[in-house]
Each structure stands twice: as C-alpha cells, then as structure tokens.
Design a protein around this ligand. Structure first.
Ligand SMILES: Cc1ncc(COP(=O)(O)O)c(C=O)c1O
Length: 467
C-alpha cells in the first residue's frame, strides 16, 4: 500500500492521531490486540476517545468528531444526556442503593412501557445484553417446541455465542450456494459438544427460504431474523409476510431480533413497520440508554415456561428438590432488571417519545444530501435504511437486498471515504452504519455535508490512496 502518497488517508490520519497510536501500543501490553471487543478494532489502529458530549466525541489528541457510530446505535439521545444523568441520580437517591437483588417496582413499570410499543411482548424477562437476550430466546424456542435446531439468515448477527456464530460475514469462497448457504463458523472453538450448527437461510429469497424451511421443519424450533439486516437492509414486505406464514405452517417459532431496530426503525421497531407479531422478540441497545441491557419477550404461553416452580430449579437448595431442573427453563442473572439501567432506559424512551420525529427528519435530510453530493461529484453511492439508522453503500446498482449484494458493492471505496471523513472530523467506524440521535442538529448537519463535499470532490482522485 502506497502510504507515502500525500493524499493517502492514512498519512493525515497518522499525523492527527499520534496519541491514539501510543495509547493502543500501551493497551496491547494488557489487552489482546489492545481492545476489549474485537469490534472496536480497525486497521491501522482505532482512535482512542476521551470525552463525549451530545453528538460529539473528542479523542486523546484533542480532535473533535461528529459521532455517527453512537456506540453502535445504543445512544439514541447522544452522549451524556442530562435527562439520563438526572434519572440515574434520582433513582439511586430514591432507592438508597444501586441494586436490590430482589423484585422492585421499576421492573414492572418499564415492562409496561415496553409493552405499549411492542404488544407482542406479552411477558418479558430482562437480561444484561442483546447476546444474552437472543441466547435465552433460542433456549425458550427449543424448550417450548421440543425441537433442537435454529435457522438464521446469512449476514445476520445475533450475538457472540456458539450457536449463533455462523455465516455473519462469510467469505464468498466458503459461503456455499445462494439458495442453500453453508453454515460458516465465525470463530475458532465452536461446537466442541456436537453439531450445534444453525440452518442458514438466504435473506429476501422467498423460494429458497421456503424450500429450506420445508426440508428442516421437523427439526427447527425457531427462525431468528434481523428484520432489517445489519440495521439497514430491510426485509421486503412480501418476504416478511411469507416468513410469518411459513413459520406458522411448519410449527416453527419466529424470533425478531430487534436489538438494533428497536426504538430505531420506529418506536415500535420493525414489528410496527411490518405489522407482524413475532412469537418472541429481543431488544437491547437503545433501551439501556448507554448501559448494558437486553430484553426477551413474547407470547405469554412461551415466556411463562421461564417462571419458577415450587422446587427443582437449579439453584433450589431446599428440601424436596427433585432431579427436575432440566424440566424448568433456566434463566437467571445477578444484574437482571438493574434499577439504575432501567431508569436510564425509561428516560431515553420518554425523550424519544417527544423527539423521534425530529431525529427522523435529520436522518432523511442527511441521507438526501449525501446522495446529492455523490451525484454531483459522480461518486456512485446511495444511502439505505429505515428510521434513524442507515448505511452508505458505494454502488450504482439499484437494489441491495442481502449479504451477497452487499459484498459486490465497492467496499474499498466506502472505506476510503470513511477514512477521509475521519480526518475531517466525521466519526463512524469505517464501513459501519450511521445511527442518528436527538443530539444531532443543524451544526452537525452542516459540518457533515461540508466534509462530504470536500472528500468526494477533492480526495478521491487518482492519488486518493484507495484502501
Ligand atoms: C441484532 C443484534 N442482536 C444481538 C446483538 C448482541 O447484542 P450485545 O452486543 O448487547 O450483546 C447485537 C449487537 O450488535 C445485534 O445487533
């Protein structure tokens, strides 16, 4: 790679982020790869941040950025919103503790609020992350149906545990045929205990999905889906309707993983947009206001199998314990329903109730402007997404319908643009989606448009240093 070229994005990046480089070198001595989650890493080294405020981030070199990553979509009100600060402080002052370790009333009022927007979630359980939520969802599905396999879609992410770490970002060499994709492992160390591989389905492909569901119907407990893949490739309406009908027909539960889409594609998530009631829903990200949380909810008859019974639970040490723990659906967690986090989440939802429309307006203006600048500068790009999340796709093709379409777009151009934008003070992790918050306003919009104009006009010429 010709980094010596003056216009190569790494040249300016290296000059602007010297302290980030030093911090990452230090971090490597303690943390593998210098990071606490692989997603935080990108080459040549990630930017280390030290302060956030509203829509802005400041890095350890003192550079300021308009933040569009928003902690992978979690921060719907931006950084450090006063309503959330107040809600947390009030909650702690009122409760006199950070954590009860017992039932408390906010667990119920928060559940009620969730149900207002997600009526399909007739009963809910709290977890500490989206990963835990989908894990519990598939355990519930297997227990309820008595079946052992799960189907997921190629390119969809549901958290980082053995059963779901397949075909999220497979190489085309390994991905298998378009109509019957292979289950490609996304980590070493999976499946020590037998074949837990999911069936992989092709998104937005009705015919092939129907064929695969029919083929595996007797074994499939559930289909889990990101209704908007990666938060930005929407399922086609007819595909979603068909998926709902097929799962009903074959006695397979339908799980909507709305960790990204909840309170983002609409307040009521993708299920509001598609007008479909899934059997089970998982939520996360926005509902914690920046703190770790997940929720599993769904049909009462399904969720009810998590309820404690008189004895026999794995933690039941009293008299008369039978050997029946395997008949009870295990769900527990020291921090489930954490009052401080629920207070932060409730404050977030209440603010979104007032300002969601404004966030939608900002998102649409930004999308329009990015496309206009692309047109003007003859750079083939478009924006896709629903609600307050979208992604910028470098292609002149009209439709991006699934993972394989995305792989055929110019990812190298997108990454090059992203690095030049970082140098101009516009932050998202290279190649990631844009998540908009209530804190994004005119000032941020103007800066972003100016940065796009500069990058697309001046930085993508022959010496643009393609990444
Ligand atoms: C759709 C989806 N499901 C599950 C998860 C896992 O959530 P968490 O990172 O909170 O464990 C994510 C995280 O990005 C996600 O986007």
């Amino acid at each position: 790679m010709a980094i010596e070229k003056v216009n190569h994005p790494y040249v300016q990046y290296g000059a602007k982020t010297k302290h980030s480089y030093d911090e990452m070198k230090k971090a490597e001595k303690y943390l593998p790869g210098g990071v606490t989650a692989n997603i935080k890493h990108f080459a040549p080294y990630p930017i280390v941040m030290k302060k956030g405020s509203g829509a802005w981030l400041e890095d350890v070199d003192g550079n300021h950025y308009v933040d569009y990553l928003m902690a992978y979509g979690s921060l719907a009100l931006g950084h450090g919103h006063n309503d959330i600060k107040k809600a947390i402080t009030d909650q702690v002052n009122q409760d006199g503790t950070f954590l009860f370790g017992t039932p408390h009333s906010l667990e119920v009022s928060f559940a009620k609020k969730i149900q207002e927007y997600y009526p399909s979630m007739e009963r809910i359980r709290y977890t500490n992350s989206g990963t835990e939520a989908t894990l519990l969802a598939i355990r519930l599905a297997c227990a309820f149906t008595g079946k052992k396999k799960i189907a997921k879609f190629e390119g969809h992410y549901h958290g980082g545990y053995n059963e779901m770490l397949y075909s999220i970002n497979p190489s085309m060499a390994e991905a298998g045929s378009e109509d019957e994709p292979s289950a490609v492992p996304e980590s070493s160390g999976l499946n020590q205990f037998g074949d837990g591989k999911p069936v992989i389905l092709p998104f937005n492909n009705e015919k092939a999905t129907e064929k695969l569901l029919r083929k595996h119907a007797t074994k499939l407990a559930a289909v889990i889906v990101e209704p908007v893949q990666g938060g930005f490739i929407p399922a086609e309406k007819s595909f979603m309707n068909k998926l709902k009908r097929l799962t009903e027909k074959y006695g397979i539960l339908l799980i909507f993983d709305e960790v990204k889409t909840g309170f983002r594609v609409a307040l009521g998530g993708a299920q509001e947009v598609y007008n479909i009631n899934p059997d089970i829903t998982t939520l996360g990200k926005v509902i914690g206001g920046g703190f770790p949380i997940g929720i599993v909810g769904g049909r009462e008859d399904i969720l009810t199998i998590t309820r404690p019974k008189a004895s026999g639970d794995v933690f039941d040490v009293g008299q008369g314990k039978g050997s029946s723990a395997k008949d009870i659906l295990f769900h527990s967690g020291t921090y489930n329903g954490h009052p401080t986090i629920l207070a932060a989440g409730l404050a977030t939802i209440e603010k979104l109730e007032q300002e969601f429309q404004q966030v939608l307006t900002y998102t649409n203006i930004l999308k329009d402007n990015i496309e206009k600048i692309g047109n003007k500068e003859n750079v083939p790009l478009k924006t896709i997404g629903l609600g307050t999340i979208f992604s910028v796709i470098c292609t002149s093709k009209n439709k991006i319908r699934h993972y394989r379409d995305l792989q055929k777009t110019d990812l190298s151009l997108r990454k090059t643009i992203d690095f030049h934008l970082l140098n101009e003070g516009i932050y998202t992790k290279p190649l990631n989606r844009y998540s908009i918050s209530t804190a994004h306003g005119d000032r941020e919009l103007e800066k972003t448009i100016q940065a796009y104009e500069k990058v697309l006009k001046h930085h993508l010429g022959e010496d643009g240093g393609r990444l």
